[in-house]
Design a protein around this ligand. Structure first.
Ligand SMILES: [Zn+2]
Length: 122
């Protein structure tokens, strides 16, 4: 099992490699991926993305929900803060997968309604 010491060491190794240096927070700006938090299907690994190649937003189920729209609005502001010199996302991938854990919370419709916006069942 991984521990905090391992994580700190991995972070130091990552920082020392410097692969992130010179990359923009918005990546190359033309690819955004919405994917699930499931540890088995990390969008960067599944799609073979390099650092800085895409903006990845993850939530339970990889769903486009109000929180994703809020994040996209914030990213638009980040883009503006950088003078708008980054291209807007022109390619958005919504990546879902088989055996997703979101089906396991079907017994909690209030939770799903709160996350996706529709009114909960009466
Ligand atoms: Zn999932």
């Amino acid at each position: 099992m991984i521990n905090t010491e391992d994580l700190v060491s991995r972070n130091a190794t990552f920082a020392a490699r410097g692969a992130h240096k010179g990359l923009h927070i918005l990546g190359n700006g033309n690819l955004m991926v919405v994917g699930c938090v499931d540890s088995r299907v990390d969008p960067s690994h599944v799609l073979g993305l390099d650092l800085g190649e895409a903006t990845v937003i993850r939530n339970v189920g990889g769903r486009v929900n109000p929180a994703v729209f809020r994040t996209l609005l914030m990213l638009a502001k980040v883009r503006e803060a950088h003078g708008g010199d980054r291209p807007a996302g022109t390619h958005i991938v919504v990546m879902q997968h088989t055996d997703c854990g979101i089906k396991d919370i079907a017994a909690f419709p209030e939770m799903l309604a709160n996350d996706f916006g529709p009114d909960p069942p009466a």
